[in-house]
Write a protein that binds this ligand. Structure first.
Ligand SMILES: [Cu+2]
Length: 103
């Protein structure tokens, strides 16, 4: 049974900018911090205010409950990283807001 999901996204210091590879970190754990292994995990970067292509993000396992992806955002601005998958047979989804570049 899935209670609360804790999903966190990290950004490579000192920040991320367009056309430079960034490391994104995701954690999928229960409220006690125990890793929750999903049956499916998919992610994409979306600029909801614009009509250009979505960008697939491939998260790979990195430690207990941890996942890491290297991604190059195509432009600066306000992105959403949308994560979804299945855990214990149930769908889950989360959206993270990511500022790319400084302006
Ligand atoms: Cu855009």
């Amino acid at each position: 049974m899935v209670g609360l999901l804790q999903l966190k996204l990290g950004e490579k210091e000192p920040g991320i900018a367009a056309l430079r590879s960034a490391v994104l970190r995701l954690r999928l754990v229960d409220p006690q911090g125990k890793p929750l292994p999903p049956e499916e995990l998919q992610a994409e970067a979306v600029m909801s205010s614009m009509s250009h292509e979505r960008e697939a993000i491939i998260f790979r396992p990195a430690g207990p409950g941890g996942y890491e992806a290297t991604h190059t955002f195509s432009m600066d601005g306000q992105w959403e990283v949308r994560v979804r998958g299945r855990l214990e047979g149930r769908a889950f989804a989360a959206t993270f807001h990511v500022q790319v570049g400084s302006f």
